[in-house]
Design a protein around this ligand. Structure first.
Ligand code: HEC
Ligand code: HEC
Length: 425
């Protein structure tokens, strides 16, 4: 292990200087991005009267906290051994801007019933207009929760959507849902797709609830899972159950072992990638437990993103000019598995995605070696799919024929008791 030899042979001063240099680089990279985010021209143009927006202040404090963290690297310089290029360890205790993830404990009691119900709904295509699409069609749990290979998903009747399906794994860790954050949490998100005309295309909650009422086994499951309620077949419980299930879709990875002190959990190349990741300032936006999912940022911090027209991000939601091209920073967990990348799925390789991030978000033209190093680090963020947890329910049965009319819409026939041949098992 030549590097260890180099480290131990290196005079103390050389190590300290190398460490300072590294820490300074990291600080400058973060500072530059932070300053860029706050003092970029268009924020003033839209708000010439005031520099500080309330949300910018919150953002500022988060960024300053990150910065303070980076600064504290300096204090830890002595045992930082960053000069041990290319494969020295970064002492995990210095990676304060990240938090490790654990799989959730198996649910019990009422929670388990809700999780089971949510899992069943997630896989059930009858929550779509033509009985053809389930949540799992666009968020395939066996394929890291995405719609593999498709830049944008096709909804019922093959209607194309306009955004890439983000992964549902670890989604609950994010501060908001959707690329533009228009839903506050998983439950708020879950009713959206069913009624979205280009996703599952149900005409309204009545149709969803009528379908559930047409299935005595479903009604029974709702009654068990929400036994404290008089009429448990309500939309809030549908979304609550889905959220309960999605909450368990967590994928701890080797990265988490590393954060917890197992320095052998990452290969030398991955460690080198981590170093480039930190040095390039990626952690200014992609940090925390989910390596993202905790702020909105402008796509195009250093220079205008080439496509300003097709999808202006949060602008569509808030109608505020200052929100043009702002998107939620996505999680980087499992990112090597969740391509094609970006909100419109236009980027086909992870290398290109990383290179574009360097150029537009972090202000570096990354070398091929740096891009490859970062990509190999991202590899360490790929966790195991919880195979047991995502097993589709075996008893998923086709719906009772009586309930559907010719348009595939579910009639409002509450209290239907006539079971179809497969039901009631
Ligand atoms: C036709 C494809 C399609 C179907 C069906 C679908 N989704 Fe999605 N889902 C998407 C797309 C596309 C987005 C991103 C939309 C956006 O950001 O504007 C998304 C976003 C999400 C998100 C937010 C993730 C994040 O990181 O922000 C969650 C959670 C989610 N869907 C869960 C579900 C659930 C639960 C269902 C079933 C009730 C479902 N989806 C059905 C395509 C689909
Ligand atoms: C200023 C904040 C910021 C910085 C710095 C930043 N990113 Fe991003 N990153 C984003 C945003 C915002 C998106 C979502 C872009 C979109 O709308 O498609 C994103 C998306 C990504 C994606 C695509 C994820 C997906 O699921 O499609 C990858 C990969 C990525 N970033 C990696 C990096 C790397 C590596 C670095 C450092 C070189 C970096 N980012 C620096 C804000 C940032």
């Amino acid at each position: 292990m030549t590097n260890i030899e180099i480290v131990s042979a290196a005079p103390q001063e050389r190590r300290a200087i190398a460490c300072m240099q590294y820490a300074l680089n990291a600080i400058v990279a973060h500072l530059k991005i932070v300053l860029r985010i706050f003092f970029r021209g268009d924020a003033f143009a839209a708000h010439s009267s005031s520099r500080w927006r309330p949300d910018a202040q919150i953002q500022a404090s988060i960024m300053l906290a990150v910065l303070a963290g980076v600064l504290s690297m300096l204090t830890g310089c002595r045992d930082f051994s960053l000069d041990a290029k290319p494969d020295g360890d970064i002492a995990p205790q210095h990676l304060f801007m990240f938090t490790s993830l654990h799989a959730s404990a198996p649910a019990t009691g009422v929670t388990a019933m809700r999780v089971n119900l949510g899992r069943r709904i997630f896989y059930d295509p009858h929550f779509s207009k033509n009985d053809s699409i389930s949540c799992n069609s666009c968020h395939q749990l066996a394929k890291y929760g995405i719609d593999p290979g498709r830049p944008v998903s096709l909804g019922h009747d093959h209607h194309p959507g306009d955004r890439n399906s983000p992964t549902v794994y670890n989604a609950g860790l994010q501060f908001a849902q959707f690329w533009d954050g228009r839903a506050a949490n998983l439950a708020a998100q879950a009713s959206g797709p069913m009624m979205n005309p280009v996703e599952m295309g149900m005409s309204g909650p009545d149709v969803v609830l009528a379908y559930i009422h047409s299935r005595p086994d479903y009604v029974r499951q709702f009654k068990e899972a929400y036994s404290d309620q008089k009429d448990p077949v309500v939309m809030e419980n549908v979304t609550d159950a889905i959220a309960a299930f999605e909450g368990g879709l967590l994928t701890p990875a080797r990265w988490d072992k590393y954060l917890e002190g197992d320095v052998n959990a990452l290969s030398d190349q991955e460690k080198q990638g981590l170093r480039v990741y930190l040095r390039s300032g990626c952690a200014a936006c992609h940090a925390g437990m989910d390596m993202g999912g905790n702020s909105y940022q402008k796509l195009g911090v250093y220079r205008n993103w080439p496509d300003q027209q097709t999808d202006p991000g949060r602008l569509t939601l808030t109608h505020q000019a200052r929100d043009r091209m702002y998107f939620k920073v996505p999680t980087l967990r499992n990112v090597e598995q969740t391509g094609p990348w970006f909100h419109n799925g236009h980027v086909q390789t992870l290398e290109e995605a990383v290179w574009l991030m360097g150029k537009y978000e972090a202000g570096h033209k990354l070398s091929t070696a740096d891009v490859n190093a970062i990509v190999s680090f991202l590899h360490a963020l790929t966790g195991d799919i919880p195979q047991q947890y995502i097993q589709p329910p075996a008893d998923e049965a086709p719906p009772s024929k009586v309930a559907a009319n010719h348009n595939g819409q579910w009639q409002n026939i509450h209290h239907i008791t006539q079971p179809s041949s497969q039901e009631g098992q």
